[in-house]
Design a protein around this ligand. Structure first.
Ligand code: DGY
Length: 321
């Protein structure tokens, strides 16, 4: 029996590509050429399924342009704000993603951002690297200790809960804001806030873990930043769209936010250039899930989901509109 044709839009870990080549007629991208939504639609001609990546914007126009042969769309990410899910559903295209397997790696990245921002690791690294360090000094690069402080998590989903688990090891008091309170077994002692009004003032450290998309666009704006304790630390390993960049940049300049750690940006990779001129922001290139084991697991989960959907089944990682 002929194998289904799978377009894989970017180069994937070798083990994932090898499995894809065994189980599908896989169209790979060995040179890892960046693709737009329009490219994906063009390259998918005759394909049964597409495995895309978060950098490819599959909006309503790109979904409409997909050839009729495409029945399944998998994304190599847990986030699916780059895909117009409703447009895909309207065309009868099933979608799957890669939840769970990247939660620990992404939470580690958020904790890295928190520590690096609070302890001024970026500034210190730049100083040493530039040959500008003249030795230890009692007042040099004084930062903020996060152990024992209050951590506010916006969105206590899978990644947020992993971060909370790590924060408990640092003796942090964990607070969270979400649409509804989680069962106690998932909360693990984290303190629920139904509104900004009580949540933001307790966030000595605020870490964003809500999904991207219209519902959360520019959530961290000037008004919310003003409610944070002065000198708060902000971390974002979720989606750049959660932040109003102008507001965060102004707060980093004024000191209302002492430091920020960012892994994700509006308009990636063309982040607001003002961030690059600020010493008190740590900037990573969307590394959240970038560990070998995690990226392998993401690929295998995406392939599992695509195969199940093509066979008419319902995998646990199916995304519903
Ligand atoms: C995701 O999975 O949504 C990440 O942003 C990619 O690491």
């Amino acid at each position: 029996m002929a194998k289904p044709v799978l377009l894989i839009t970017r180069r994937l870990p070798a083990a994932v590509e090898a499995r894809a080549a065994r189980e599908f007629e896989a169209r790979l991208n060995p040179d890892d050429v960046r693709r737009t939504g329009a490219d994906v639609a063009r390259l998918a001609e005759g394909a049964d399924a597409v495995l895309c990546c978060p950098a490819e914007k599959l909006d309503a126009a790109a979904i409409a342009a997909l050839p009729a042969s495409v029945r399944v769309l998998g994304t190599f990410s847990v986030g699916f704000d780059h895909i117009d899910i409703k447009a895909a559903a309207a065309r009868g295209i099933a979608v799957c993603n890669t939840p769970d397997v990247l939660s620990v790696a992404t939470a580690e990245c958020a904790f890295l951002l928190i520590l690096a921002a609070a302890r001024r690791a970026g500034e210190g690294e730049r100083m040493v690297r530039a040959g500008a360090w003249d030795g230890w000094a009692p007042t040099q690069l004084i930062g903020t200790q996060v152990s024992g402080r209050r951590l506010g998590i916006f969105g206590l989903g899978r990644i947020g809960r992993e971060l909370a688990r790590m924060a408990r090891g640092f003796g942090m008091e964990v607070h969270y804001l979400d649409q509804q309170r989680l069962p106690e077994a998932l909360e693990q002692g984290a303190i629920f806030h139904p509104t900004d009004a009580t949540f933001l003032p307790v966030c000595d450290v605020l870490s964003l873990h809500a999904p991207g998309g219209e519902g959360t666009r520019a959530w961290l704006d000037a008004e919310r930043i003003a409610r944070l304790p002065p000198g708060a630390i902000v971390a974002n390993a979720a989606r750049g769209s959660l932040i109003d960049d102008a507001a965060l940049i102004a707060a980093l300049r004024s000191g209302q936010v002492a430091a920020a750690g960012l892994d994700v940006y509006n308009n990636e990779p063309a982040l607001d250039p003002a961030y690059r001129s600020l010493e008190n922001v740590v900037l990573l290139p969307h590394l959240g899930s970038a560990t070998r084991a995690t990226r392998d697991a993401m690929g295998f989960l995406a392939l599992d989901g695509i195969a199940t959907l093509l066979a008419g089944g319902t995998p646990p990682n199916r995304v519903l509109a």
